[in-house]
Design a protein around this ligand. Structure first.
Ligand SMILES: Cc1ncc(COP(=O)(O)O)c(C=O)c1O
Length: 389
């Protein structure tokens, strides 16, 4: 997920350009001073065009995007929202923040939502399903959408970690009723912090825009100071510096994903002769953004033995296992204990299938800039560790 690897002269020039044209850092107003240049507007337009979707709303973070999208989809207290056990904690935080009850599915060998478990978790109170495309790989969207449609439940894709990925030739983030992505510093595209909601549903778009801007309807008949409002909201707006950087970053998207895919496939090929490891099940390999390569051992002890050798050699991992506590609901007692379904339960047992799959996994980060020597060193180190185990 390395937009940060390519931050450079283009982003610097984009920021300078904001200062060369009036230095208005706010997304609305001051039309003369800013010479009529509105960068967040332009970023939304370019992003929507790139995704082939009608509406894009830029906001201050991916977490904010999730909250605004859930609000816009009418989620409130007492509603159940289903998501998966392997995700960044923000997905569940957003559900809790809007007052809804999180209901969490196991993941399967794709390390994304297990459709069989989704089916079991649907109740009359389920109001939205949030599949998360974790670490560059899509969830099993055909199965998930089929279940959601059969129950007439809207789908909000959390595409924070797979921006630019596809599923059966369709762009991720365009399969559900709405989706969000993140532009924090670890993502495919980065604006430092930032996020985007995209949808073809005009009502969701408008409600999310209002919520993220204190209820402002952007009524064309009134100046902003006299704008009309129907709902109360908060402030989740993106600023012009982020918009400018986003416009520079999006031009690099194809290059970023192309390089990652190539680097991933080279490493995967070079590790494919190791009988001790099983690669993550990727539902749609050609849509993978190449964010990371994940393999697992048949037991936790083997994974631990590998990790001991791997870290001793000075290598790191990406989230699994180093930051598993931020990416696995089995460790989120502090949030889930507030809900009767999870209160007092041993969450590691509640999510036993995910616990097993995630604890046996090792995720290696893939970068855009991976010189041949680095790829060879990584591959050799994996082979060496496994030989020494
Ligand atoms: C799956 C997922 N959802 C949501 C978010 C939240 O995004 P942000 O950091 O922009 O708030 C993240 C960020 O890491 C994420 O990985």
């Amino acid at each position: 997920m390395p937009g940060w690897e390519l931050i450079g002269e283009e982003e610097r020039a984009a920021v300078n350009d904001v200062f060369d044209h009036g230095a208005v850092l706010y997304r609305y107003g001051w039309a003369d001073k800013r010479e009529n240049i509105f960068r967040v507007d332009e970023f939304e337009r370019v992003f929507a065009e790139r995704m082939g979707i009608k509406h894009a709303l830029a906001v201050s973070s991916g977490t904010g995007a999730l909250i605004a999208a859930l609000k816009a989809m009418g989620i409130s207290r007492g509603d159940e929202v289903i998501t998966q056990s392997h995700t960044f904690i923000a997905t569940v935080e957003a559900i809790v923040e809007v007052g809804a009850t999180p209901v969490i599915t196991e993941v399967d060998a794709s390390l994304n939502m297990d459709p069989a478990d989704l089916e079991k978790k649907i109740t009359k109170k389920t109001k939205t399903i949030i599949p998360v495309h974790m670490m560059g790989v899509s969830a099993r969207m055909n199965e998930i959408l089929k279940i959601a449609r059969a129950h007439k439940i809207p789908v909000l894709e959390d595409n924070a970690q797979c921006c630019g990925g596809t599923y059966k030739k369709k762009k991720l983030g365009t399969l559900g009723d709405a989706s969000i992505t993140s532009f924090d510093f670890g993502k495919v595209l980065t604006t430092g912090e930032g996020g985007m909601i995209i949808t073809n549903n005009e009502a969701i778009f408008k409600r999310a825009r209002e919520y993220s801007d204190h209820g402002h309807e952007l009524n064309p008949n009134f100046p902003r100071g006299e704008d009309t409002r129907m709902i109360s909201g908060i402030n989740l707006k993106m600023n012009e510096l982020q918009g400018a950087i986003g416009l520079a970053q999006i031009k690099k998207m194809d290059y970023i994903i192309g390089r990652q895919r190539e680097n991933k496939s080279r490493i995967k090929k070079a590790l494919s002769d190791i009988p001790e490891i099983t690669f993550r099940d990727v539902p749609n390999p050609e849509g993978d953004t190449g964010d990371s390569i994940i393999f697992s051992f048949s037991s936790r002890d083997e994974t631990k033995a590998f990790m001991k050798l791997w870290t001793a050699k000075g290598f790191g991992t990406k989230n699994l296992p180093d930051a598993i506590n931020w990416h696995f609901a089995g460790t989120w007692d502090h949030m889930l204990e507030h809900f009767p379904k999870y209160k007092g339960k041993d969450l590691l047992k509640v999510f036993a299938q995910s616990d097993d799959l995630l604890r046996r996994a090792v995720a290696l980060p893939i970068f855009v800039n991976m010189p041949d020597a680095q790829i060879e060193k990584t591959v050799k180190a994996v082979h060496d560790c496994i030989r020494q185990m």
